[in-house]
Design a protein around this ligand. Sequence first.
Ligand code: SAH
Length: 253
Amino acid sequence: MDGAEASTEVRDAFHAGPMAQAKLTLGMQLRVRGITNAHVLSAMLDEVPRERFVIQSMADRAYEDVTLPIGLGQTISQPFIVALMSQLLEPSPGKTVLEIGTGCGYQAAILAKLFEHVYSIERHADLAETARERLRQLDCTNISVHLGDGFLGLPDLAPFDAIILTAAPRKVPNALLNQLSFGGRLVMPLELENGDQFLMRYTNSKAGLFEEKLNPVRFVPMIQGLPVKNGPQATEISRESLPIESPKVDSIL
Ligand code: SAH
């Protein structure tokens, strides 16, 4: 964008109201932090209404670059992390993506604008159902939400061109690596023994599996199996994607 375009954009946003201004600010913050993929920016700022995924009283804060509550003790990820993970998957039309951890469905809705089809697995039946209904209302017809254990993936539908985990395991799940297509990318938060988490990217290349250690992040833990009836439902969700230090992304993008 050149200077003249930028000033027109600023003037239009000023006249369009607070949400347009907030989107403009968020767009600038995302670009400054290394989000350069125009399709990702458009999905985040123009195509998917983040205000529909947060609780109503927070709708006016939907385009701030922060984690927000979405009800039932859950949170929605910070836009920067959603954008960064989406960009790292190197999306293109015609490709498929597998997401582990549907949650409220926001990341899935963004991916739906960037990929041919999104397969998303959630282990909580109530979250899967609410996300399905919300995504249906938003006409996201190229997302299928599956109830199940993401550690297993969806072997019958594999391989996938991209795989994204939005909950953090302690090691890279082998079953998921095996479901990655040739040339495909898996992006995930990995929890180390000391409790720190890093965003990791694995590329399935000719020469073998290529690993990149990227930004420090904070996601909820990835939990094996389906929840037991009457067991804790929401406790592990409240840690999801807490605000993180501004990472240096230039070197890895
Ligand atoms: N992508 C979501 C955020 C997900 S929060 C969004 O955009 O809102 C992490 C989610 O991962 C939670 O909903 C949690 O229930 C789910 N989860 C944790 N372990 C899982 C597993 N083994 N399989 C599937 N989902 C899992």
